[in-house]
Design a protein around this ligand. Structure first.
Ligand SMILES: Nc1ncnc2c1ncn2[C@@H]1O[C@H](COP(=O)(O)OP(=O)(O)OP(=O)(O)O)[C@@H](O)[C@H]1O
Ligand SMILES: Nc1nc(=O)c2ncn([C@H]3C[C@H](O)[C@@H](CO)O3)c2[nH]1
Length: 212
């Protein structure tokens, strides 16, 4: 089981799709397209932050339950990143202390459940590292209207906050083996040679872990 991690627009879904095709495994995507809360959150984070966290946590747990029961699969974003968003929303006053504590309790409770599953943790976490400039240009290029900085005052600052949290988050991540991919210089979306290079890096890591 491989999980993708990285800031908004880093390329997780794109790499998850390519990796699923390469390894001939299922891919579990993040719940974005039919998400009834995401655009509301971007319009009014103070009102919807807690609901969005609960929504994502529930959906991620659903995917994890299915994914952990199979031998091989790829997950687009890890459950371990959810707390990064939650604490940021707490710092920004969008989530109260009580909501933070209830969420943390619920998350801990859910993570405990994973301990009882056939697979307790991912085999490998692949972190896509991009600069802030790349993050912004990818979000603009993808074009989800509610994510565009022109439509929302303060959104660029929020993206900067999310981006700033990631290096420490990755450094402190110790649940499974991990691999960093340079998402700035490697264009695994448009350049087949670059894609082969990234897939080669991941294959090498899987071989080292005796998983390929
Ligand atoms: N390495 C790359 N080189 C060039 N373009 C890329 C690269 N990675 C992603 N893109 C493009 O950037 C945009 C965002 O990619 P993607 O949706 O895969 O990101 P994501 O990490 O899944 O985002 P989110 O966190 O919002 O789910 C897409 O338009 C994609 O085609
Ligand atoms: N607030 C918040 N908490 C989360 O746990 C979370 N997970 C993802 N996202 C947002 C980022 C992209 O816009 C979009 C797709 O990743 O969803 C989140 N936002």
């Amino acid at each position: 089981m491989i999980v993708l991690a990285g800031t908004i627009g880093a390329g997780k879904s794109s790499l998850a799709k390519a990796l699923g095709e390469h390894l001939k495994t299922d891919v579990f995507y993040e719940a974005v397209d039919n998400n009834p809360v995401l655009d509301l959150y971007y319009q009014d984070p103070q009102k919807y932050a807690f609901l969005l966290q609960i929504y994502f946590l529930n959906k991620r747990f659903e995917s994890i339950k299915m994914a952990y029961r199979q031998d091989n699969n790829v997950l687009d974003r890890s459950i371990f990143e959810d707390e990064l968003f939650l604490t940021l929303n707490y710092k920004n006053g969008n989530v109260t202390k009580t909501e933070l504590e209830i969420y943390q309790d619920l998350l801990a409770n859910m993570l405990e459940e994973l301990d009882g599953m056939p697979k307790k943790r991912p085999d490998l976490l692949v972190y896509i590292d991009v600069s802030f400039e790349t993050m912004l240009s990818r979000i603009a290029q993808r074009g989800r209207s509610f994510e565009q900085i022109e439509n929302q005052e303060g959104l660029k600052d929020y993206y900067a906050q999310v981006h700033n949290e990631y290096p420490d988050w990755y450094k402190n991540y110790d649940i499974s083996p991990k691999l960093r991919i340079d998402g700035d210089s490697i264009d695994f979306v448009n350049n087949p040679e670059h894609l082969d290079e990234v897939l080669g890096q991941i294959d090498d890591e899987l071989k080292k872990l005796d998983l390929l």
